[in-house]
Structure formats: structure tokens, C-alpha cells
Design a protein around this ligand. Structure first.
Ligand SMILES: Nc1ncnc2c1ncn2[C@@H]1O[C@H](COP(=O)(O)OP(=O)(O)OP(=O)(O)O)[C@@H](O)[C@H]1O
Length: 245
């Protein structure tokens, strides 16, 4: 079954056609890489999938259900988790509180007063488990403002995982990281459960190509090439559009 299906998706801003008749499927458990030069429309595509933007035309289906008309929070409740190119953390809170708050996004508990959350052992225990997955459990009680950039990027992935997504959208998870930090994030990407479907935008070719099962290459908002990793790498249009940049 397909985890995600885009059908004839288009998005225009005024006269600017940013996404132009894009259709492709991502199967359950697949690791899909979205490639494309700057301005190709990759982040806009994520905004359309997550519900932050409404399509001008076309549909988006999640596990066979058309979610095109649903707002972001209802798509999140149906299993879309997301990280952003620009970090979106509560920097005045501790690492673990950020994860707890992210996990509450799926429950009515998010309306409870902030202060009572730490007392809830169940939430803390599952947040701790996720922090272990991203190797941040040793700094669980550190304030986010005192953490390194690399740790914050991993925390963002932890927050997306806390929402127990079925489909995880990762927007340039390696951006701005040192070589060492990249290794750490690469390790955690490879350790993500295979039951999770992952779509990733990433410019670091060494990591991105190692991760991908299949690749969709966008250029000027159009789907230029779509296929297995080896097919897309071998396609001369890929070199022309992207790899030769
Ligand atoms: N809200 C908006 N209003 C008008 N134009 C927009 C808007 N959002 C994006 N665009 C334009 O759409 C095009 C695609 O942008 P997008 O950020 O999706 O590209 P991208 O492939 O993610 O690029 P990058 O690799 O640089 O992040 C760009 O020309 C951008 O200026």
C-alpha cells in the first residue's frame, strides 16, 4: 500500500508556478529522497504534504485517504511528522520538555498547564526513550539554549518522532552540521524503524544517496526524474540538473 500519493499536484503564487503537475507514490517503509536545485520547489512540496499550504490543483492521499482538504493538525493526527529547515524549538525549555510538548500535540493533554507535565512519569519515560534513540538522553534536563546546534537538530528529529508519525518529512536534517555531527545524524537516520516511511530533502549527497531507496528529482517545480536510487543517479538529466552543480 502506498503511504503517500500525490496526484497532479500544483501550487502557484500569483503567476509563479512553483509546483507543476507533480504525481508520485511513496510506498510504506520507503526512504524517499527529494532532490533538486535551489528554488526547485522542494520545501513547497513538503508544505503541501503537511498541510501548511493548500494546493492550487491536485490531491494528496495518506495511506489511501484523501487528506487534501484537511488542516495541518488533522494531517499530523493521521501520522505526518515533520522537521523544518529552520529549527523550531522552545529554546527557554529543557530538552525533555520539548519532546514531551511535541508528544502532547497528539493528545488532549496539551491543554494542561505546563508545570504539571514533568510530574507525569509516563510522558517523561516515553520522551526519555525517544531521547535515547537520538542519543540526547544524557542532556535531557539541559536548557535548549545551552545545547549545541548539532544537538538541536537531533532534538528536532526527536520531537517529530514524539508525534509517532507513520510518515516523517525531514527537511535538510544535516544542514549546518560539522562532519562529526553529520556522522551522528546519519547513524540515527539509518537506525529509524523500517516501519516508518521517510521522505527527506537533503543536499549532502554522501549521506542522502546512502539513505535513499528511491529518488524524486524536481526542477522548476516539475518532476524531472522518479525512480530507484540507481536509476536516478544513472539518468543523464540528474547530472545535468543537479549533480553537476
Ligand atoms: N509563499 C511564497 N510566495 C511566493 N513565492 C514563494 C513562496 N514560497 C516559495 N516561493 C518561491 O517558490 C520557489 C520554490 O521555493 P522552495 O523553497 O520550495 O524551493 P526549494 O527547492 O526548497 O529551495 P532550497 O533548496 O533553496 O530550499 C522559489 O522561487 C520561491 O521563491
Amino acid at each position: 500500500m502506498s503511504a503517500l500519493e500525490l496526484n497532479n499536484l500544483s501550487k502557484s503564487f500569483g503567476g509563479l508556478h512553483v509546483i507543476n503537475d507533480v504525481s508520485f507514490k511513496v510506498m510504506e517503509g520507503e526512504r524517499r529522497l527529494i532532490l533538486g536545485p535551489n528554488g526547485a520547489g522542494k520545501t513547497t512540496l513538503f508544505n503541501l504534504i503537511a498541510g501548511d499550504l493548500a494546493p492550487s490543483f491536485g490531491t494528496i492521499s495518506l495511506a489511501g485517504e484523501d487528506v487534501s482538504a484537511l488542516p495541518t493538525n488533522r494531517r499530523a493526527a493521521r501520522g505526518i511528522g515533520r522537521t523544518f529547515q529552520i529549527l523550531t524549538l522552545f529554546s527557554g525549555e529543557t530538552v525533555i520538555r520539548n519532546v514531551v510538548l511535541a508528544s502532547l500535540g497528539r493528545t488532549s493533554r496539551r491543554w494542561k498547564p505546563f508545570g504539571s507535565l514533568d510530574a507525569d512519569e509516563e510522558f517523561r519515560a516515553s520522551a526519555m526513550e525517544i531521547l535515547r534513540t537520538v542519543m540526547l538522553d544524557h542532556i535531557a534536563d539541559k536548557c535548549v539554549s545551552e545545547t549545541s546546534y548539532g544537538e538541536r537538530r537531533r532534538l528536532e528529529i526527536a520531537m517529530a518522532l514524539a508525534q509517532q508519525p507513520r510518515l516523517l518529512l525531514l527537511d535538510e536534517p544535516l544542514a549546518g552540521l560539522s562532519k562529526e555531527e553529520r556522522k551522528g545524524v546519519e547513524g540515527l537516520l539509518n537506525a529509524l524503524p523500517r516501519s516508518l516511511t521517510v521522505i527527506m530533502i537533503e543536499h549532502d549527497m554522501d549521506v542522502a544517496l546512502g539513505f535513499a531507496d528511491r529518488i524524486a528529482l524536481l526542477q522548476n517545480g516539475k518532476l524531472l526524474v522518479d525512480g530507484s536510487r540507481d536509476e536516478v543517479i544513472a539518468d543523464p538529466r540528474t547530472k545535468e540538473a543537479y549533480l553537476a552543480e
